[in-house]
Design a protein around this ligand. Structure first.
Ligand code: PLP
Length: 367
């Protein structure tokens, strides 16, 4: 629609609207001019970058326990491919990031959704996980701060879930890519740091995309026990070899540099978070919980469905809003929970206000 000249406002994309901070870009420019960066690196990544990632991981690991991946996304697939045998079950709290069940299936596993909703702040409990556990359960997936809900698990909640996973000998794949994007009183805690007994059964996924506005550079990482990392490294070496050498130099500058640019972006997200929550709550039929992390809100929109000319499902509602108001949002169906819409607030303050006001106007006119 944009290519056809229509002024679509996009709440769909999960990426910061800022450019990559200057000191990171400069490191990449310098790397481009250094012939050593024109070569392959070891498949697991530049040794200095693996060391840097190990040193910021928050719990004791060696550089050999780190693989630099093509974005956090490659780590998601490699973790499942390394761990799963055909038919193994993976507990995936829902709403979930769309990629998890697909990557589980691609690796021969069976994703088992464990539903949460706004009544518990979209936070899964050990009790719910236990109710979904079977003799085939092998992995639990955690994502805190969460895409798509922005929910952040407290230390106590992580402790309870981590101890439950230890008790049942499960592996945990914990996606911590939004670790620096928490707001208000919320605090990020890394699962293996909170439950050290779980460290040799936990694969941590992260990367530079979200914190440093580096989605296009494609650098992430996975860390974990040596045998799992060894298997994932074999796989990566045959799949893609190493991540772009220049992009690794940029990621090194990001990981070892100061966080001031990242914190300024976080302050902008925080402001937009409060704005969007308040604007959405002004639309009759929408109740928008205030998220504590990442850059998404995930309001239930069941109060809108079927009212007047408004469609009956959230998938159709997203299509209707796109057609009628030229605003793109992602329906809850994409995250395993119909009846919701996900809005990314990583867009400019003015687009944010204009986009929500278009939806409010549409709702007023047709419901
Ligand atoms: N994990 C989560 C929860 C995400 O939302 C994303 C991106 O949307 C990723 C991982 C992967 O990001 P990337 O591959 O850009 O590092």
């Amino acid at each position: 629609m944009r290519a056809a000249g229509r002024p679509v406002i996009g709440f769909g994309a999960g990426e910061p609207d800022f450019p990559t901070p200057e000191h990171i870009v400069e490191a990449a420019v310098a790397a481009c001019r250094d012939p050593r960066s024109h070569k392959y690196t070891p498949a697991g990544g530049q040794p200095v970058l693996r060391e840097a990632v190990a040193s910021v991981s928050g719990h004791p690991i060696e550089p050999s326990q780190v693989i630099v991946t093509n974005g956090g996304k490659q780590g998601v697939y490699q973790a499942f491919a390394a761990l799963l045998d055909p038919g193994d079950e993976v507990l995936v709290p829902a709403p979930y990031w769309t990629t998890y069940p697909e990557a589980v299936r691609l690796a021969g596993g069976v994703p088992v959704a464990v539903n949460t909703d706004e009544s518990t702040g979209y936070l899964v409990s050990a009790g719910q996980l236990e109710a979904a556990r079977t003799s085939r359960t092998k992995i639990l997936v955690m994502c805190s701060p969460s895409n798509p809900t922005g929910a952040v698990h407290s230390r106590e909640q992580l402790e309870e879930i981590g101890n439950w996973a230890v008790e049942h000998d499960l592996f945990v794949v914990t996606d911590e890519i939004y670790q620096h994007l928490v707001y208000g009183d919320a605090q990020f805690h890394s699962l293996p740091a909170v439950v050290p007994a779980l460290a040799d059964r936990t694969i941590v996924l992260s990367g530079v995309s979200k914190t440093f506005a580096m989605t296009g550079w494609r650098v992430g990482w996975m860390t974990g026990p040596k045998d799992v990392i060894g298997a994932a490294l074999n796989l990566q070496s045959h799949l893609t070899s190493n991540v772009c050498n220049v992009a690794q130099a940029a990621a090194l500058a990001a990981v070892t540099g100061d966080l001031s640019a990242a914190m300024s972006m976080r302050a902008a997200f925080d402001r937009r978070r409060r704005t969007i929550v308040s604007l959405l709550n002004d639309i009759p039929g929408v109740v928008c919980p205030e998220p504590q992390g990442a850059f998404y809100v995930y309001p239930p929109v069941r109060g809108l469905l079927g009212r007047g000319r408004l469609p009956r499902t959230s998938a159709e509602l997203a299509g209707f809003i796109l057609d009628e108001a030229e605003v793109a949002v992602v329906p809850g169906e994409a995250f395993g929970t119909p009846g919701y819409l996900r809005f990314s607030y990583a867009l400019s303050d003015s687009d944010l206000a204009e986009g929500v006001s278009r939806i409010a106007k549409l709702v007023r006119e047709v419901s």
